[in-house]
Design a protein around this ligand. Sequence first.
Ligand SMILES: [Fe+2]
Length: 133
Amino acid sequence: MIVWEEKYSVGLSIIDEEHKELIRIMNAAIEAKQHNDNIDEISKLLKQLTEYALKHFSTEESYMAKFKYPEFQYHQEEHHNFSNKAITYCNRVVEGDYHIANEILEYLKQWLVNHIQKTDKKYVECFRENGLE
Ligand SMILES: [Fe+2]
């Protein structure tokens, strides 16, 4: 099980709360993996993953737009890559290729390190200067 740690925090409560949902989805992937890629569990977590992407990326992107964040475009590209990945996973399940819990988990682990702990942390100063806490 993966637990929320301070190192994942960007120091902005609104963002951290949404990021915690990703940790919950990662734990669902661990469980699905333990249950031999149970298709119902995989389907459920992919639904949660796409909902997470829609909601959370729109939160971040609306702040980036509002605060005229200079690296908005680059950041948005990473979000698009994630959303496309989620759609690809959904399509694979539809086609019967659902033994993907571990693949999803590994992708989300990478995302946690490379996006949340790196790319997201870059906007914190800008968001703070604009009054976000
Ligand atoms: Fe982001």
